[in-house]
Each structure stands twice: as C-alpha cells, then as structure tokens.
Ligand binder design. Structure first.
Ligand SMILES: [Zn+2]
Ligand SMILES: [Zn+2]
Length: 432
C-alpha cells in the first residue's frame, strides 16, 4: 500500500535555490561527493532530474513513501557519505558501515581514522550541524500544519519595526505557543519514525522558532523592501512579483502565507503577490494573477510556473497581469556560474529597462559581493545593500560539503532600480 505523504523540502528534494544544489547545479552535488545526485534520485525511485522536477511539480505521480519511517529514512540516507573521504555506502568494503558523529548526529564517517582526520574542520561546525540535523526533521511540521504559528497584530507602525527584536517584542511571549506544539500528535509521529532519538524539548522549542523564522523572513523581507522603495500600500493597491520562486517556497504553500503583511500594513488598499518561477509547485496558489485591482485589506497570492521574462511576454505584456510595483528575488543565485547568469540575464535586463524597483536576497556576504559585481557590469543603479535584519535564524548546511560554515536564508540583500545614471559613468572632469 502506498500512501501519499508530502515530503519536506529538504533534503530529499534538492533545493534548486540553495547552496546545496543550484538550478543548473543539481549534479554539481557530485563535485563534492561523487555519485550523490544519483543516490538522491535512487532514493526517490527516479531516473533523472527531469523526472524529479516533474514529480515536485505535481506532473508525475509524486514522491510517495510507504510510511513515515521510510520517508524519514530516505531523507537521512541522502546525507550518508563519509565527510572525510567522500565514500558513499555503495563504495564501502564488506562489513564496513557509515557511523554518525555522536555529537551532531549529522555527518558520517567510514572509519575512526576518517573521523580523526576530519575533526579539525568538523569541530568548527559540529555544534551548529547538530541544530541543522534537528531542524531538517522538525521542518516537516510545516507540512502537517503545526507551523507556522499564528502571529499577533502589530502594535507599532511598520517603519518602527526594524529587526527581529522589534518584531518579537510585539508578539508577547512566544513560549506557550511553541510549547503547545511539543506534546502534539505530529511531533510524536515524527520522533517515532525518525532515525534518531527525540531531542529534549529544550532543543525542540528553539528549533520550532528557527523554522518559523525562515518562513516569516520572506514576508518581512518583502515588507522591508516595500518600505525601502517608499511604496505606500495605503495610497494604492500594490503588485509584488517574486521572481524565480522555487519549489522550496511554493511546495505546500498556502493562500495565507503572506498574511503577515496585513499585520504590518493594517487596512492597506490590497497587496497582490505573484510567485513566478520554473520550479513553482502546483497547489492552491497556482491560479491566475489579478488583472483588476484585488480585494482591499487583503493579500492575494497567485503563482505562475515559468521563467520570469517569459511570464512578462505571455501574461504581463498582454495585460492579463498588472505590472509589478516591486520585484523580489529570494536567492536567485545568478552569481554561482555562467549558466545561471545567462538564465537570469533576460530578467535582469527587463527589470533594469522597465525601471522596476527590485530587491534580491543572498545566503552570505560572499554571495552578495559576487552578485553586486554582476549587477554593476549590467550598469544597474544599486540603491543599497547589506545584511538583512530579518534574516532566517535557521542554519543551512551545504549538503555535499557539510564542514562548510552554515549559511542563512535572506541573510543579505541588494536593492536596485533602473540604469546607473549616466553622469556616474562618465570620467570626472578637472576642477578649474
Ligand atoms: Zn572515509
Ligand atoms: Zn559532529
């Protein structure tokens, strides 16, 4: 009997928007651990990445598991390789098994020797990887509906809420809301079936918050971008496009996912969110964008599967969707390689030439720097950039290189609009 159990977005599903496997780079997992991409596909009983994409897009039968135990086991198996010599289970000698680091229960070794050799690197991240290993299981509660937590109305105007501390201050004590999830049925199911013992509640409670923070980070970043550009949702309805929306953001997405904007801008004139990307997963949000003004005081979400510039040609140019007042991109990752720059180029040029207020996020300062270089080569007018006060609190592991320092979703941002003013490009004259 095969029941359909929604799989969490990681690690079974290679995250195309993340450092673990960027869009054209699913197979680049193999540069870290030869054969890893194949292991992931085998676990899912799929022959190639195309089939995998069809499945997460809802076109194929879908990723199904016989039971939760199998699902969590297969998730974990995608992490099973020796962190030191990179050997996969298939390459072990007779009688050898991979064993986990007892501290983090996250990275594996084929021998004590390999572990010893790796310790100088691993010790720098072991503590954080322990949290990552807990989070990747607890994240399943986003699919069961235990998370996200309901949030409170804002007691301050949006402009005064500048960071997580300000936001948390308005929420009162989150502890009882987080604690209420701990004795729940889904939490119990999770740890009966996970291939590790249940951590203490003192570990699970902060994990729930970290996962909630990643979800909210996207909404609060959109709200921050609106303010940075001086967009006033009280003056008129606003349309915001999320370009390059991934399966990570759209799988199991709810129509209410951006409702925190209602708390941020109470009684606004209507905010439309349109998620556009080739990885968009079919669900309740895959419905046409609005061609007329949407409902006042409400956030209206829709999603379109396809490349962003194609969406303009097929839908926006035909006036079947409103032109955006703002375009946000979560981790477009175009800095990563030439292929991705080329993939994003038509979109970047479109944003520049139509003078669209644009706001992109990155996983790290290094990613921000390389992204800035590319934007400057395109003569984009950069407004500002830096670290995001609403960065996700959940560390992300680089799957094929676990000893790399974990990164955080939306940790950095860049804001840009239109072409660099020409006077800035000209050689300065001489003072007379
Ligand atoms: Zn080894
Ligand atoms: Zn460890």
């Amino acid at each position: 009997m095969t029941s359909q159990i929604p799989a969490p977005p990681q690690p079974d599903t290679p995250r195309t928007d993340s450092v673990s496997s960027i869009l054209s780079g699913f197979y680049s997992l193999d540069s870290g651990v030869p054969g890893l991409s194949k292991v992931i596909l085998n676990k899912l009983n799929m022959k190639d990445y195309g089939e995998y994409r069809a499945a997460v897009g809802g076109k194929a039968k879908g990723i199904s598991f016989r039971n939760y135990k199998e699902m969590f086991k297969k998730m974990e198996e995608t992490f099973e390789f020796c962190a030191s010599c990179k050997k996969l289970p298939a390459h072990l000698t007779e009688g050898q098994t991979l064993k986990r680091c007892v501290k983090c229960l996250n990275v594996y070794y084929c021998t004590k020797d390999c572990q010893r050799k790796d310790w100088p690197q691993h010790k720098k991240v072991c503590k954080m990887l322990r949290l990552v290993a807990i989070d990747r299981l607890v994240e399943w509660l986003m699919f069961t509906g235990d998370l996200p937590l309901p949030t409170e109305k804002w007691s301050k105007p949006a402009a005064e809420v500048k960071n997580w501390d300000d936001w948390l201050h308005m929420q009162g004590d989150l502890t009882p809301r987080l604690d209420a999830i701990l004795p729940g049925a889904n939490m119990a199911t999770l740890w009966t079936n996970a291939s590790r013992p249940r951590p203490d509640d003192s570990d699970l409670q902060p994990s729930l918050w970290r996962i909630q923070s990643e979800f909210l980070s996207r909404v609060l970043t959109v709200g921050m971008a609106m303010q940075h550009f001086g967009l006033d949702p009280y003056a008129k309805p606003l349309t915001i496009h999320i370009a390059g929306a991934s399966h990570n953001e759209t799988m199991a997405a709810r129509l209410t996912d951006y409702d925190e904007l209602n708390n941020m801008f109470p009684e606004h004139q209507g905010i439309e969110i349109v998620m556009v990307g080739p990885e968009v997963v079919d669900g309740p949000i895959t419905r046409p964008p609005l061609s007329e003004f949407g409902p006042r005081h409400r956030v209206y979400i829709s999603a379109h599967k396809g490349l962003y510039h194609q969406f303009w040609e097929d839908v926006v140019d035909k006036e079947e969707a409103a032109k955006p007042d703002l375009v946000v991109g979560f981790h477009p990752g175009f800095h990563a390689n030439q292929g991705l720059v080329e993939g994003w180029l038509p979109t970047l040029l479109l944003l520049r030439d139509y003078n669209i207020p644009s706001f992109f996020t990155m996983y790290s300062e290094a990613e921000l720097k390389s992204s800035l270089q590319i934007l400057l080569q395109l003569e984009m007018h950069i407004g500002d950039c830096g670290s995001n006060p609403f960065t996700s609190q959940k560390p992300e592991q680089v799957q094929s290189c676990p000893n790399t320092t974990p990164v955080f979703c939306n940790s950095h941002y860049v804001r840009f609009q239109g072409l660099l003013p020409q006077e800035d490009l000209e050689e300065p004259g001489l003072d007379n």
